[in-house]
Design a protein around this ligand. Structure first.
Ligand SMILES: NC(=O)c1ccc[n+]([C@@H]2O[C@H](COP(=O)([O-])OP(=O)(O)OC[C@H]3O[C@@H](n4cnc5c(N)ncnc54)[C@H](OP(=O)(O)O)[C@@H]3O)[C@@H](O)[C@H]2O)c1
Length: 321
């Protein structure tokens, strides 16, 4: 496993990070707790140190399961990353969505942050969070107020580093006018490359870490997605145009063209997709969602390989077609 510093934060993190969105169940057609715990432990056994979660994943469930899974491990060797600001205990802020009977607001007000951190610490069974990230930006709260509260939490020892997610360079400028940011967490994978134009160069130039999310495009980039797979109605991939039989077959055909590189590096397609992500300039960590120990174990070698610039360019040429 490769290890890197997250921006200029001093936090050392594995280049492959465990994503625990699916473990919360909501958006993903449910999850079995025993599988989820085994998935997290399987990842840790493979050298993954960074675990990313959020209160809204299963409305607390994902954080609780992470808390159970890490019991017995040396806490100081793990980097727990969670988020703040998608609140369902309030009805103020910027209304975002309704799911499973809860109305969720983007809310990064000081009182909400103060409330949420205590819930997260309790659910995770820890007295500090390594990386605390604002989940989605809230246009009803001045960023300076949000950042001032986060800095207070840092001074109180409740968080080690401050990160953002789904945050534009202009918004990051506002945060950074108040205090340092360790990282941003945007969507990025071989099929979703919107951040390459502005956000990645911005972060690279300012030594801000980048944790990519949906690094496997919700499982599509494993190359093993069955075109005839039937998704449960409460799985976000149900009805998603990228997951029709034709679209899955088309993506699999694209990935087939990477066979010579898979052979050269001795990687499966899922591992190559991770290696591609962590080899991009500016990317610190590829977050990948795991549901079983087998998935975590399979993916781990992808976090140990840097592709050459020539091979990255060859893959880009194929992707550009
Ligand atoms: N900040 C944000 O707004 C935001 C948004 C999205 C995600 N995230 C974070 O980023 C993490 C990763 O993204 P993601 O979970 O959305 O998607 P992802 O990593 O692109 O895909 C995860 C899915 O791929 C499938 N998979 C994983 N390993 C596999 C393997 N070895 N073989 C075959 N299939 C495999 C699993 O689904 P199946 O087994 O069901 O196919 C898994 O749930 C999340 O868990 C979360 O921590 C953050």
């Amino acid at each position: 496993m490769l290890y890197r510093e997250l921006g200029a934060s001093g936090l050392q993190v594995s280049a492959l990070g465990l994503g625990t969105w699916a473990i919360g169940g909501t958006w993903w057609g449910g999850a079995e707790e025993a599988d989820s715990i085994a998935a997290i432990r399987g990842g840790i056994e493979q050298g993954i140190t960074l675990i990313d979660t959020a209160p809204v994943y299963g409305y607390g469930l994902s954080e609780e399961v992470v808390g159970k899974a890490i019991k017995g491990y040396d806490r100081s060797k793990l980097v727990l990353a969670t988020k703040v600001g998608l609140a369902w205990h309030v009805s103020e802020g910027q209304y975002f969505f309704e799911l499973a009977g809860e109305r969720v607001y983007r809310n990064l007000k000081p009182a909400t942050i103060r409330y949420e951190i205590e819930q997260s610490l309790r659910r995770l069974g820890t007295d500090y969070i390594d990386l605390y990230q604002t989940h989605w930006q809230d246009n009803t709260t001045p960023i300076a107020e949000t950042m001032a509260t986060l800095l207070q939490l840092q001074q109180e020892g409740k968080i080690r580093a401050i990160g953002v997610s789904n945050c534009t360079p202009a918004q990051m400028d506002e945060y950074r006018a108040v205090g340092p940011l360790a990282s941003n967490q945007p969507l990025y994978n071989m099929l979703d490359r919107g951040i390459e134009a502005e956000l990645l160069p911005y972060c690279l130039a300012r030594k801000i870490g980048v944790l990519t999310y949906s690094s496997l495009a919700l499982g599509l980039l494993t190359g093993t997605m069955d075109p005839n797979r039937v998704f449960a109605e409460d799985d976000q991939r149900h009805g998603n145009p990228r997951f029709t039989p034709e679209a899955i077959a088309q993506t699999n055909a694209l990935l087939d063209r990477f066979a010579p590189l898979r052979e050269k590096y001795g990687l499966t397609q899922a591992q190559l997709s991770i290696a591609w992500t962590i080899s991009r300039p500016g990317v610190t960590v590829a977050l990948v969602g795991v549901r079983t120990a087998q998935q975590a174990t399979e993916l781990a070698p992808g976090g140990n390989i840097a592709l050459t610039p020539e091979d990255l360019a060859a893959m880009d040429a194929i992707l550009a077609e």
